[in-house]
Design a protein around this ligand. Structure first.
Ligand SMILES: Nc1nc2c(c(=O)[nH]1)N[C@H]1C(S)=C(S)[C@@H](COP(=O)(O)OP(=O)(O)OC[C@H]3O[C@@H](n4cnc5c(=O)[nH]c(N)nc54)[C@H](O)[C@@H]3O)O[C@H]1N2
Ligand SMILES: Nc1nc2c(c(=O)[nH]1)N[C@H]1C(S)=C(S)[C@@H](COP(=O)(O)OP(=O)(O)OC[C@H]3O[C@@H](n4cnc5c(=O)[nH]c(N)nc54)[C@H](O)[C@@H]3O)O[C@H]1N2
Ligand SMILES: [Mo]
Length: 772
C-alpha cells in the first residue's frame, strides 16, 4: 500500500497580477519580425526613457560596448569577416538591458515602507519591477524591516558570522551565471581560501548534465562548434530548446543554414514558433515577406522520449552501415559494445516512449545519413530529465558514429543559458574542480586549497535543511525561486544563521531571509566601473568558448554601489584577515592584476591580458574540436551504452514540464506577454492538449490546482500542490503539459534529480489536475 505525504500547499499571491485577465489567442506562425523590434523599444522606453534607450542599445554586443546580460549566444567574429550589425541584439536582449538599466530604484525608503513579511507575499514579477537596489541593507535578528548599513560594517558583520561557524563547510557560496570572469575567479579564491569547495551554481540546475555527458564521452564538458561551424552545417538538430525566445540571435544562424541549402530537425513536445519560421527584422524578406521556414522535420516528441528516439535513429544508421569507419577506428573506444546493444530495438517501446511514428524516425535517420556536416544543439528539454546524461551521451553516439566531431560544420552545441555561466565554470566555480586546477591555485597563491568535494545546489538545500549548513552567500541569482521544492528551500534558508545576497535587483531571495540577512547591491554589466586605477572592464566567455571584454557605459544606478570585484576583495580581506598571503587590496584598483593570476592558473588563458584586448577576444582551446584529441579516461572518444527507462504515468495523470514564457529571464519576469504562444496577461496557466482536457473531464479555461506525485522509492507518494492554474488548450504532445517556471517550482520534489548530474528534473513532473 502506498501512503501519501503532504509536502506543501501554496496559494497564489493575488494582488500583483490579475490572473483573470488571461487572454488566449492562436500561437504565432513566425518569430521576431517587426513586432519584436517594436516590443524591445517599448520596454526600453518604459524602463529607462528615450535618451537612455538611444544611448544604450547601440552599444549592445559591439566590440567597444558591453556583452548582453541576456543569453550566452556568441557574437559574429569580425576578424573572420563576419560583420556585426548596427543592432546586434534581439528583442529579449533589449528587455534584459532595460531591466538592468531601468531608472526605477529600491532605496532605504522603500525598505522602510515595506516590512519583509509583506514583501514575502509578493510575486517575483512585482518584486523585480520595483527597480535597482541602491544601498547595502541589513535585516538584523528579530527585526521586521531591512535597514541601511555602511559597507565596512556590512563586511565586518558577514566576516564575523562566517568565522563564527563551526567550520568553513558550514557555509555555501552560490553563483549565478552573470558574474564576470574576474569576479568569479576572486570569489572561488576567497571561498577556497576560507576552506571549502561549497560552490554551488546555477549550472547545477542548467547544463550540468551536458557537462557530465560530454566530459565522459569527448573529454571536454563544453560545446565543440563555432558560429561558423553551425552556419556551414548541412543538418542542424535543435533538441529540447526554444531559440525564438531564449536565444533569438540563433535564428539568424539557422536562417543562414537554410539559405545555404541545409536542413533543420526540431525535436520538441511543443511546436515552438521560433523553430518553425523566422522573420529577420534585418532584411527585407523578414520585414515585408513571409520570412524563412526553419524546421524541415518537426518531431513532436513526448516529454522524456529523446533517449528512445536517438537510440532508434542510431540503430537505423548502424543498420544502413553509414558509419565513419576511419574516425571510429582511430579516434573512438567502445564501438563494438554500442553496436551490439543497438541491435535489439523494440519499435513498440520506441513508439510508447516518443509518441512518434516509425516513418518519421526513419525520415530523421535518413537525413542524418545524408548529411556530411551535422551539428546537434540542445538545451533544457534534454538536461532537466532524470535520464539527461544518458540522453546526451546517446546524441554524442550519433555524432561519433558519423565522424561529426572535430571537423568544420559539425559537432556538439549545448546552448548555454546565462551570459557568463560557461566562463564562471572555467574560472573555478564548481564544487568539484579537478585536482590540476586546485593545485595550480595553491601554487599561485601559496595558500592551502581544500580538496574534498563541496556541495552542489540540491545538496546545499539538503544540508541547510538538516542544519549542517548555516550560512548562505549568493553571488547574483535568485536561489529561492530558481531551485526546486520551493517550500523546502524557503525553510532551509530561513533556518540559516546568515544569508547574504549580492544583487542588482530586488528578488524573492531577499525576502526569505536567514536570522541575519544582508543585501549587497552591485554594479551591472551595462554600468561604468570606475576604480582608483582608472576605468575597468571585465571579461566573459560565450557558449562557444570565445572570451572577450565587456565595458559598461552607463552611469551606475547609485553612487553607493560597489563592483562585484570590490565587494569580494573587501569581504575577503575582512574574512581572511590582514595577514592573508593574497594581496586582496590591489585587485579592485586594477583588474589587470586579477587577469595576471587567471593567466597562470586557468588552463588556456596564458597571456590573458593581451588576448582579451583583441577586438574579438580569443577562443579557448578545445582538443576534440581543434585536433580530434580526446582527453578522456581512455584517451579516445567514448561510445556509451544507454538504456531508456520508461516514465510510468498513471491513469488520469499528465507529464508536466516547466518552461520560460517569452517575457521573462529566468525568475525575472519582464511582463505578461507570451506572445508566440498567444498567451497574454496571466502566468498561472497550464497548457494541455485538447484531447487530454476532454479525457480528464475538464474544459478549456477551467481553474485547477496542480498536484504533483513523487514516488520516493520506499512506497510513499509525496504530493505537492500549486494552486489556481487556468487550463489553456494547447497543441502540446498528447499526455504532456506545460506551466511556467518559477510558478510551478513548488511541484518539483527536491529528490527528483537527474542521474549523475544531480540536476532537478524540472521537465518531467507527474501531475494531476484538481478542479477548484
Ligand atoms: N529571454 C530569455 N532568454 C533566456 C532565458 C530566459 O529565461 N529568457 N534563460 C536563459 C537560460 S539560464 C537558459 S538555461 C536558456 C534556456 O533555454 P531553453 O532550454 O530553450 O528554455 P526552456 O524554456 O526551459 O525551454 C525548454 C524547451 O524544451 C522543450 N522540452 C521540454 N521537455 C522536453 C523533452 O522531453 N524533450 C524535448 N526534445 N524537448 C523538451 C520545451 O518545450 C521548450 O521548448 O535560455 C537562456 N536565455
Ligand atoms: N522549474 C524550473 N526551475 C529552473 C529552471 C527551469 O527551467 N524550470 N531553469 C534553471 C536554470 S536553467 C537556471 S540557469 C536557474 C537560474 O537561476 P538564477 O541564476 O539563480 O536566477 P536568475 O533569475 O537568473 O537570477 C536573477 C537575479 O540575479 C541578480 N542579478 C542580475 N544581474 C546581476 C549581476 O550582474 N550581478 C549580480 N551580482 N546579480 C545580478 C538580480 O538580483 C536578479 O534578481 O534556474 C533554474 N531553475
Ligand atoms: Mo540556465
Amino acid at each position: 500500500m502506498c501512503s501519501t505525504l503532504w509536502i506543501m500547499s501554496r496559494g497564489a499571491p493575488e494582488q500583483d497580477i490579475d490572473e483573470s485577465a488571461l487572454e488566449v489567442g492562436t500561437p504565432k506562425p513566425a518569430a521576431a519580425g517587426v513586432k519584436g523590434v517594436l516590443v524591445s523599444l517599448q520596454r526600453s522606453w518604459e524602463q529607462m526613457g528615450l535618451a537612455r534607450t538611444v544611448r544604450t542599445l547601440p552599444l549592445l554586443n559591439q566590440r567597444a560596448g558591453f556583452d548582453c546580460p541576456g543569453c550566452a549566444w556568441p557574437d559574429p567574429r569580425e576578424a573572420e569577416g563576419d560583420k556585426r550589425k548596427l543592432a546586434e541584439f534581439c528583442e529579449n536582449g533589449a528587455k534584459a538591458v532595460a531591466e538592468e538599466a531601468t531608472t526605477r530604484r529600491v532605496g532605504p525608503e522603500f525598505f522602510a515602507a515595506h516590512p519583509v513579511a509583506e514583501l514575502a507575499e509578493r510575486t517575483d514579477y512585482w518584486l523585480g519591477q520595483q527597480g535597482r537596489l541602491t544601498r547595502p541593507m541589513v535585516l538584523r535578528e528579530g527585526d521586521t524591516h531591512y535597514r541601511p548599513i555602511g559597507w565596512d560594517e556590512a563586511f565586518g558583520l558577514v566576516a564575523e558570522k562566517l568565522r563564527g561557524l563551526a567550520g568553513p563547510d558550514e557555509a555555501v557560496f552560490y553563483t549565478s551565471g552573470r558574474t564576470s570572469n574576474e569576479a568569479a575567479f576572486l570569489y572561488q579564491l576567497m571561498v577556497r581560501g576560507f576552506g571549502t569547495n561549497n560552490l554551488p551554481d546555477c549550472s547545477n540546475m542548467c547544463h550540468e548534465s551536458s557537462g557530465a555527458a560530454l566530459t565522459e564521452t569527448i573529454g571536454v564538458g563544453k560545446g565543440s562548434v563555432s558560429l561558423a561551424d553551425l552556419e556551414q552545417a548541412d543538418l542542424v538538430l535543435v533538441v529540447g530548446q526554444n531559440p525564438g525566445t531564449n536565444h533569438p540571435r540563433m535564428l539568424s544562424s539557422l536562417e543562414k543554414v537554410k539559405q545555404r541549402g541545409g536542413r533543420i530537425i526540431a525535436v520538441n513536445p511543443l511546436p515552438e514558433t521560433g523553430l518553425m519560421r523566422f522573420k529577420n527584422p534585418q532584411n527585407a524578406r523578414g520585414v515585408l515577406g513571409g520570412g524563412t521556414a526553419l524546421a524541415d522535420e518537426f518531431a513532436q516528441i513526448r516529454i522524456g522520449g529523446d533517449l528512445a528516439l536517438f537510440r532508434a535513429v542510431n540503430a537505423l544508421v548502424l543498420a544502413e552501415g553509414a558509419v565513419d569507419r576511419e574516425f571510429v577506428e582511430s579516434c573512438t573506444h567502445g564501438f563494438g559494445e554500442f553496436q551490439a546493444q543497438a541491435a535489439d530495438l523494440d519499435w513498440d517501446e520506441v513508439r510508447a516512449a516518443t509518441g512518434l511514428e516509425r516513418e518519421q524516425v526513419e525520415r530523421i535517420a535518413r537525413m542524418v545519413i545524408d548529411s556530411e556536416r551535422t551539428v546537434a544543439c540542445w538545451a533544457m528539454g534534454l538536461t532537466q530529465q532524470r535520464q539527461a546524461v544518458a540522453t546526451i551521451r546517446e546524441v554524442v553516439n550519433l555524432l561519433l558514429m558519423r565522424g561529426m566531431i572535430g571537423k568544420p560544420g559539425a559537432g556538439v552545441c549545448p546552448v548555454r543559458g546565462h551570459s557568463n555561466v560557461q566562463g564562471d565554470r572555467t574560472m573555478g566555480i564548481w564544487e568539484k574542480m579537478p585536482e590540476k586546477f586546485l593545485a595550480a591555485l595553491e601554487a599561485e597563491f601559496a595558500i592551502p586549497v581544500p580538496r574534498h568535494h563541496g556541495l552542489d545546489t540540491v545538496d546545499s538545500i539538503r544540508a541547510m535543511r538538516s542544519g549542517r549548513v548555516r550560512a548562505f552567500v549568493g553571488m547574483g541569482g535568485n536561489f529561492v525561486s530558481a531551485t526546486p521544492d520551493t517550500a523546502a528551500t524557503e525553510k532551509a534558508l530561513r533556518g540559516c544563521e546568515l544569508t547574504v545576497q549580492i544583487s542588482t535587483k530586488l528578488n524573492r531571495s531577499h525576502v526569505v531571509p536567514g536570522r541575519t540577512a544582508l543585501i549587497l547591491p552591485t554594479l551591472g554589466r551595462t554600468e561604468r566601473d570606475a576604480q582608483a586605477g582608472g576605468p575597468q572592464f571585465v571579461t566573459v566567455e560565450d557558449s562557444m568558448s570565445v572570451v572577450h571584454a565587456s565595458r559598461g557605459r552607463l552611469a551606475p544606478a547609485s553612487e553607493h554601489l560597489l563592483s562585484e570585484v570590490a565587494i569580494i576583495a573587501r569581504l575577503a580581506r575582512r574574512l581572511l584577515g590582514p595577514e592573508h598571503p593574497v594581496r586582496w587590496e590591489q585587485f579592485e584598483t586594477d583588474y589587470d592584476t586579477i587577469r595576471d593570476h587567471i593567466a597562470r592558473v586557468v588552463p588556456g588563458c596564458a597571456d590573458y591580458n593581451r588576448r582579451v584586448r583583441e577586438p574579438d577576444g580569443f577562443v579557448l582551446p578545445h582538443p576534440p574540436r581543434d585536433a580530434r584529441s580526446f582527453p578522456t579516461a581512455t584517451g579516445k572518444a567514448n561510445f556509451t551504452v544507454n538504456t531508456p527507462e520508461p516514465i510510468t504515468v498513471g491513469e488520469g495523470r499528465l507529464l508536466l514540464q516547466t518552461l520560460r514564457s517569452h517575457d521573462q529571464y529566468n525568475t525575472t519576469i519582464y511582463g505578461l506577454s507570451d506572445r508566440y504562444r498567444g498567451i497574454e496577461d496571466a502566468r498561472r496557466v497550464v497548457m494541455v492538449h485538447p484531447d487530454d482536457i476532454a479525457a480528464l473531464g475538464h474544459t478549456d479555461g477551467d481553474l485547477v490546482d496542480l498536484v504533483s506525485e513523487w514516488a520516493t522509492g520506499d512506497g510513499t507518494v509525496e504530493e505537492r500542490r500549486a494552486e489556481r492554474f487556468r487550463i489553456v488548450a494547447y497543441p502540446t504532445a498528447p499526455g504532456c503539459a506545460a506551466a511556467y517556471y518559477p510558478e510551478a517550482n513548488p511541484l518539483v520534489a527536491l529528490d527528483a534529480v537527474a542521474e549523475k548530474s544531480n540536476t532537478p528534473v524540472s521537465k518531467a513532473i507527474i501531475v494531476r489536475l484538481e478542479r477548484r
